[in-house]
Every structure is written in structure tokens, then in C-alpha cells.
Write a protein that binds this ligand. Structure first.
Ligand code: SAH
Length: 385
């Protein structure tokens, strides 16, 4: 096995619990991508890692043990990841089996939607051991079919092609999954991420218990918050700018025999302004926008965007109404998110109680020493007035 030499700064980072070593913290090497041994400058063994020569993130730590990272190793780690999910008691057939660094398996995403497993291999080092990884997933998750959604743009930083590949097919255009009482279709080949947003599963089920009166689901995508809320609420307006996403939303409503959801194609910013002008009010409002800050440089602009939609939602919230507001921008931390909410509440003149703070579902483990594993934060607010 090839050996890569890591600088003292890189070694310190590992010991503090972060799995990434940057290019500036290793000695250059011509070793091909794959699993390598890492040592410090004095020759002390540090562990084994995924080696990605083309990437700024050169090494991703796998283990301190010296036993080989072979098929058996991947099998064992996959089994551990699945056991933590306790799928029997999850009350969902759509859930994440591996959350990359959050499960000690850097750059690997494995999501299950019913019979199908969707995989992303997001580094050159991982791609090099793809056969071991895919066999282990197959043995542990035992899916009927398996799809590689290797079209995530981060693969460009690894000099890897963007492609979608049926490892085991054929896979129909739509596969069925469930969370709580809601059944839904997943377009595994073309849907966002691996087909859906599993990180909001627990929050959607929370809103399925709390929604009341006239509900508004903003940035609905394929309608999963809307469908959870459709049972307890009188009616739901579900809004997205993507006609294709709304079409699947309507198909999902049909699958659940739900008839009180209205699907509205609009830009949320414009629609909220129009609702405010018309004096329309809602008793329950969900705000689940896409990441407005994809880079650090976008933070200020993103915060203005978040504040605008939250402020307008607070203004059209009926007396005693409930707002669930989320942000999935990694670059906007919990403190900034809550400062934004406080500022919006203050401008709105509403008296809002913070009933609960939540984050991503538990099948997306957020490791304290790896901030990148936790990105979703959310607040459940109730109007006193
Ligand atoms: N709430 C969804 C996930 C939302 S993802 C769920 O639980 O599954 C974000 C969605 O916002 C995408 O579907 C995208 O099409 C939509 N979107 C992005 N910008 C928008 C805008 N300005 N107005 C309306 N929808 C928008």
C-alpha cells in the first residue's frame, strides 16, 4: 500500500477529530487514488485514508486501525451505519443509510427509497474502491435495485465524470417510498440530490402533527410537507417555482387520496408580497427554502433573503398561527439564523414564541468535530397575538 506523509498541522487536525487533510498539509505523491497509509514526518503511523490526488481535500480519514480496508471492512462499517438507523422502528421506508463524514465514511452517501438504494461516490479515492463499496451496500441493504447518482457537481473537484448509472436495474421512472402515513413517488434518476430531501423527514412528520387551519407550504418541491399537513389542516397551499416538482406533488396527492392541497407555481418572494397586499392569512406556514448561501461570500445577501421571506410570512400569519422556518445553508450557522429570525420578528411587530428548535433527521448524524456534517437548522414559532 502507498504511504502519504502528512504535516504536523494536518496530523493535529486529525487528532482533533476532523477527517480532512488538505493538499497544503501533505508531501506531494504520485500514488494512484484509493486507500493509503498516512504517516507523519517522523514516520509514525496515523491511520488509513482515502487519497484523492486531484482534490484540494487530499486525504479523508477512514480508520486508525492497521487491518486492511477491504471488502469485509466496508461490510462491517455499512452494517454499523444501518443498525444505528434502526429501520424497523423508523416508520419510514425512505431514509439515509450513510451520511458520509457523519458516519465515518467520508464522501459516501447511501439513501434508501423503498426497494431502491441510491448511492453517491463523491471523491476520487472512494471511486477507486467502488467495487468493494457497492458490494457491501448490496450485502447489507439488500435492495431490489441500485442507482448511482454520480452527477453531483462536487465530483468536478475530484476530476470525476458526472454520470447517472443503473448498477442494478431496470429502475422505473418513479419508485414508491413512505414516511409516516404519507406515501410518495421518487424520481430517482432526475430528482434533486438522490431524489428527495430526506433530511427534513422528521420535521415533516412533526408538522403532520401540528398543522392547523389554512396551511401554506413554501418551497414545497414534491409536496411532502404539504401532504403531511393535509390531514390535520383544513386546506394547504403548496408553492414552488418548479412546474415539474409540482407535477410530482400532485401525483403524490393522488397516491394518498388527498384533495385539499392547491399546487401553485410561483416565486415565493413575489407571492408573499401579493398575499400581503391582498390581506390573505394562513394559520400554519412552512418555509423550507433552498440554500441561499452556497458560498461564504453570499452570506449577507442570503440573510437578506431569509429575512424577507420570514418577515412576510410573519405578517400574513393568522392570530395564534404557527411557523416552521428552516435554513439548510451550511455557511449560515445557528446563531446567525436566530439573529435573522429575531430581527424579522421585531420588524413584524408580532409576538412569537420559540416553541422548539430542530435540525436534520437523526439518520443524518451531525458530528460535533465535523461542522460540515450539520447544516440544517429550524425553528417552530407560535404567535401569541
Ligand atoms: N420542502 C421540500 C424541499 C424544498 S427544496 C421537501 O421537504 O421535500 C427547495 C425548493 O425550492 C425546490 O423545489 C425549488 O424548486 C424551490 N425554489 C427555489 N427558489 C424558489 C423561489 N424563489 N420560489 C419558489 N420556489 C423556489
Amino acid at each position: 500500500m502507498e504511504t502519504i506523509v502528512v504535516s504536523p498541522r494536518g496530523a493535529r487536525r486529525w487528532r482533533r477529530g476532523h477527517p480532512w487533510i488538505y493538499r497544503s498539509d501533505i508531501e506531494p505523491s504520485n500514488a494512484p487514488p484509493g486507500v493509503v497509509r498516512a504517516e507523519d514526518a517522523s514516520g509514525t503511523y496515523l491511520g488509513q485514508a482515502l487519497w484523492s490526488p486531484p482534490s484540494e481535500i487530499s486525504l479523508r480519514f477512514l480508520t486508525t486501525e492497521e487491518s486492511p480496508v477491504d471488502g469485509e471492512w466496508w461490510h462491517h462499517r455499512l452494517a454499523e451505519a444501518l443498525a444505528i438507523r434502526d429501520p424497523e422502528n423508523l416508520d419510514a421506508t425512505g431514509y439515509r443509510i450513510v451520511h458520509a463524514e457523519g458516519d465515518g465514511l467520508p464522501s459516501l452517501i447511501v439513501d434508501r427509497y423503498g426497494d431502491i438504494v441510491v448511492v453517491q461516490l463523491l471523491s476520487a479515492g472512494l471511486e477507486a474502491v467502488r467495487d468493494h463499496v457497492l458490494s457491501a451496500i448490496d450485502e447489507i441493504a439488500k435492495p431490489k435495485s441500485m442507482l448511482l447518482r454520480n452527477d453531483a457537481s462536487v465530483r468536478r473537484h475530484e476530476d470525476l465524470p458526472l454520470e447517472v448509472d443503473e448498477v442494478r436495474g431496470p429502475i422505473p421512472e418513479f419508485v414508491e417510498a413512505r414516511e409516516g402515513a404519507v406515501r410518495y413517488w421518487v424520481a430517482a434518476h432526475t430528482g434533486q440530490k438522490t431524489g428527495g430531501f430526506l433530511d427534513q423527514r422528521e420535521n415533516r412528520m412533526l408538522m403532520g402533527g401540528l398543522a392547523h387551519g389554512r396551511a401554506l407550504d413554501l418551497f414545497t418541491y414534491q409536496g411532502l410537507f404539504a401532504l403531511q399537513m393535509a390531514t390535520p389542516a383544513e386546506s394547504v397551499v403548496a408553492v414552488d417555482s418548479s412546474a415539474a416538482a409540482l407535477e410530482v406533488g400532485a401525483k403524490n396527492a393522488e397516491l394518498n387520496d388527498v384533495h385539499n392541497v392547491e399546487w401553485v407555481e410561483a416565486n415565493v418572494f413575489d407571492l408573499l408580497r401579493a398575499y400581503e397586499r391582498e390581506g390573505r392569512q394562513f394559520d400554519t406556514i412552512v418555509l423550507d427554502p433552498p440554500a441561499f448561501a452556497r458560498q461564504r461570500s453570499a452570506i449577507d445577501r442570503a440573510l437578506r433573503g431569509y429575512k424577507e421571506i420570514n418577515l412576510r410570512a410573519m405578517r400574513i400569519l393568522a392570530p395564534k398561527g404557527t411557523i416552521f422556518s428552516a435554513s439548510c445553508s451550511f455557511h449560515i450557522g445557528r446563531d446567525r439564523f436566530f439573529e435573522m429570525l429575531i430581527s424579522a420578528a421585531s420588524d413584524s411587530g408580532r409576538r412569537l414564541v420559540l416553541e422548539r428548535t430542530t435540525s436534520q433527521s437523526r439518520d443524518h448524524p451531525n458530528v460535533l468535530t465535523i461542522p460540515e456534517t450539520g447544516y440544517l437548522k429550524a425553528a417552530l414559532l407560535r404567535a401569541v397575538d
